[in-house]
Design a protein around this ligand. Structure first.
Ligand SMILES: Nc1ncnc2c1ncn2[C@@H]1O[C@H](COP(=O)(O)OP(=O)(O)OP(=O)(O)O)[C@@H](O)[C@H]1O
Ligand SMILES: [Mg+2]
Length: 254
């Protein structure tokens, strides 16, 4: 049995008088891609912030790459958010290498990661000249810069158009495969979840906890390619609907 690269036992997180999320236990194996879906407000982002070491005010424990995680550590856990969060005054390559100690080696590594995400010619561009999808690809390169064992993604495709979304999804899958990084992706979208992930964890809203785990038999294929995946997507969405969850339009569309 492989040793999990991320394991978390969160007993509770108190947030503005509520418990969000509630008791959550999860494990991520090396190289595995897992999606977390759930209705708005159930605590997905809060959970991700805890798993990233960005929020330590909870009861429970997170272990990443064999040691307790008590603060952000990009060498163990990389994070990519819904919006790219690039520093506008820094060129693309400098956004990727941010904080690196050995500038020349860092620049080479940034260049290679940028080429991987299809931005090999944009190292010297400023963020304002990039499209939303390109900026997210820079954010992906930045998250992978320290070669983390775990990559956490919080709705990484939701702010871009459909074409950029499909491209980003493929890129995340390719980068995960090439680097062997384990990925935990929060999503509102059943199709994103079943296309990318080998397991989908469905969160319930009150209190935020994992109510169901769906194993996806053959992740990595395009979702339109097989009816099996459409059925799984339905299962994810039905599980949410059973909780009376109001889904955003992209997730509710047939
Ligand atoms: N800093 C905060 N202070 C108080 N309440 C907060 C804070 N951050 C989040 N919350 C509340 O905690 C709950 C969980 O928030 P969270 O952002 O984790 O949900 P989510 O599942 O990511 O939602 P969404 O799908 O809309 O992104 C929500 O009810 C939210 O209003
Ligand atoms: Mg969120």
């Amino acid at each position: 049995m492989p040793v999990p690269v991320l394991s978390a036992e969160i007993e509770a997180k108190a947030l503005a008088g509520r418990t969000v999320p509630g008791h959550v236990r999860l494990e991520l194996l090396p190289g595995e891609i897992v999606a977390v879906v759930g209705p708005s407000g159930c605590g997905k982002t809060t959970l991700l912030r805890i798993l990233a070491g960005l929020d330590t005010d909870y009861s429970g424990q997170v272990f990443a790459a064999g040691a307790a995680l008590r603060r952000p550590d990009p060498l163990r856990v990389g994070v990519m958010f819904q919006e790219p969060r690039l520093l506008p005054w820094l060129r693309v390559a400098d956004n990727v290498t941010l904080g690196a100690r050995a500038p020349i080696a860092a620049r080479e590594r940034a260049q290679s990661l940028l080429a991987e995400v299809g931005l090999g010619g944009d190292a010297d561009a400023l963020p304002r000249t990039l499209s939303g999808g390109m900026a997210q690809r820079v954010a992906l390169a930045r998250a992978m810069f320290s070669e983390p064992a775990v990559l956490l993604l919080d709705e990484p495709f939701s702010a871009v158009d459909a074409i950029a979304r499909a491209r980003l999804r493929d890129l995340v899958a390719a980068v995960a495969r090439r680097h062997g990084v384990a990925v935990l992706m929060v999503s509102h979208d059943g199709e994103d979840a079943v296309t990318l992930a080998g397991r989908v964890l469905v969160m319930a809203s009150s209190p935020g906890r994992i109510r169901r785990e769906i194993v996806v038999p053959s992740p990595g294929r395009q979702s339109a390619a097989g009816q099996g995946e459409a059925a799984l997507e339905d299962a994810v969405l039905s599980a949410l609907a059973a909780r009376g969850a109001t889904l955003p339009p992209n997730a509710a569309a047939p």
